[in-house]
Design a protein around this ligand. Structure first.
Ligand SMILES: NC(=O)c1ccc[n+]([C@@H]2O[C@H](COP(=O)([O-])OP(=O)(O)OC[C@H]3O[C@@H](n4cnc5c(N)ncnc54)[C@H](O)[C@@H]3O)[C@@H](O)[C@H]2O)c1
Length: 388
């Protein structure tokens, strides 16, 4: 590393920040955990005692203004976004902000305007873009979509007499999200903090992945929801691509949460829970790549890794949770969802002008798709993006 580490202030030191951003910032040689800012004394004490925060604060205005603070990680709930971002942009301080970008479209557009006119590095926490498995899956898929490497064994029954179809080869992506709503915290149900529920605060992760994988502009959305827990969404893109998203809150942590299956040009690229990437139909692409886990308490179990390794580790961990009556023991061998890499790459963007990680315009695009889905489900009709 050839540059001075960046002094970060984390504003909002709740569950996600203490699980990911605060330890990641403290552990990276590219960053210094300069200040932790929260309203809760307990959270601040943990930031100091466990993660070594150099300064603690309760007033975010003073934190943003502090000349020693060089960048902000904003991880409050989405109730607090625009005022912090606005002040940080006035001080020309880069901001990494958690998703969703804001609670309302008006606020989303206001943030976009402020950030674009400030021209200061800005990153939205669509961290899956920085997951090693997702990066590989997208790279292999985009490469095949742009320069197809067909397998010699593809069955081309009609050959030269095969009819011409305008959607020949066009990509389609399926995202399946299995979640267990019994694990959700109470602010999720508070209309003031999360007025649109998981259709917004969870969905932007996945609409962003669809936009990123398909590399096309979303044009139309149709969605249904059963209340708050089950959602089904279809997104159509300018190039004819289609994405389907199924989010189910009545699932289980005993099974992998996320499955992304991308198809196109006679091929498949699958990213299974960010533990394993599988491919088929692409000459020279590896059929399976397994990825290292984080916080693996069971290195001797499921040593083959990948998704079958994850399932074996999780089964052992669930038995431990039952034996000890401690449900937290079910967690082991987490997939690398890219949180640490997202901040590291954002620092490269700040210091070295490296490519944008997930800038404001991409985040606004993902958020607009989520708002189109919310409108479609509410009005029982397809909604075009230009209505949003
Ligand atoms: N990217 C991901 O994987 C991921 C995962 C979970 C949550 N999130 C997002 O992260 C955000 C935080 O979620 P969480 O689960 O950590 O919530 P949380 O409620 O645990 O944490 C929010 C924290 O913000 C603090 N806070 C509130 N107002 C403040 C203020 N004025 N000044 C300073 N601190 C203030 C609260 O005291 C609390 O500690 C949400 O927007 C959520 O959608 C992202």
């Amino acid at each position: 590393m050839s540059f001075k580490p960046v002094n970060f202030a984390v504003i909002g030191c709740g569950a996600l920040a203490r699980q990911a951003h605060i330890p990641n910032i403290a552990n990276s040689e590219k960053t210094v955990l300069h200040t932790c800012c929260d309203l809760a004394d307990e959270a601040l004490a943990e930031c100091r005692d466990i993660y070594g925060a150099l300064h603690l604060a309760k007033d975010w205005h003073a934190v943003v203004a502090d000349p020693e603070v060089e960048a902000i990680c904003l991880a409050t709930t989405e109730k607090l976004r625009l005022p912090v971002i606005e002040l940080a942009m006035q001080y020309k301080k880069p901001v990494y902000v958690e998703k969703p970008l804001a609670r309302t479209l008006d606020e989303v557009y206001a943030i976009q305007k402020i950030v674009n006119s400030a021209s200061v590095p800005f990153c939205v926490g669509h961290n899956r873009r920085s997951s090693p498995a997702m990066i590989d899956a997208r790279r292999i898929f985009r490469c095949h979509m742009e320069h197809p490497q067909l397998c010699a064994w593809r069955w081309d029954r009609e050959g030269d007499t095969r009819p011409k179809r305008r959607d020949d080869g066009v990509a389609a992506l399926s995202c399946r999200i299995n979640d267990d709503w019994y694990s959700w915290k109470s602010w999720v149900f508070d209309k003031e903090q999360a007025p649109h529920g998981p259709m917004l605060f969870e969905m932007t992760h996945f609409t962003d992945i669809c936009n990123w994988f398909l590399a096309s502009d979303p044009v139309e959305v149709v969605a249904m929801e059963t209340g708050m827990l089950n959602h089904a969404i279809i997104v159509k893109y300018a190039g004819g691509e289609i994405a389907t998203l199924m989010l189910c809150g009545n699932g289980t942590f005993g099974y992998p949460k996320e499955l992304y299956e991308a198809f196109g040009n006679g091929a498949a690229v699958v990213c299974d829970h960010m533990c394993e990437v599988r491919t088929a139909g692409i000459a020279d692409a590896p059929p399976r790549i397994a990825y290292p886990f984080l916080k693996d308490r069971h290195p001797g179990v499921g040593v083959q890794g990948g998704i079958s390794g994850w399932l074996e580790k999780r089964a052992v961990a669930c038995k431990e949770a039952v034996a000890t009556k401690n449900p937290m023991l079910q967690f082991t061998a987490e997939p690398d969802k890219g949180h640490a890499r997202a901040i590291d790459c954002f620092v490269d963007e700040i210091r070295k002008n490296s490519p944008t990680v997930c800038g404001v315009d991409d985040a606004v695009k993902a958020t607009r798709v989520a708002f189109a889905a919310i409108k479609s489900a509410a009005e029982h009709r397809p909604v075009r993006l230009d209505e949003i």
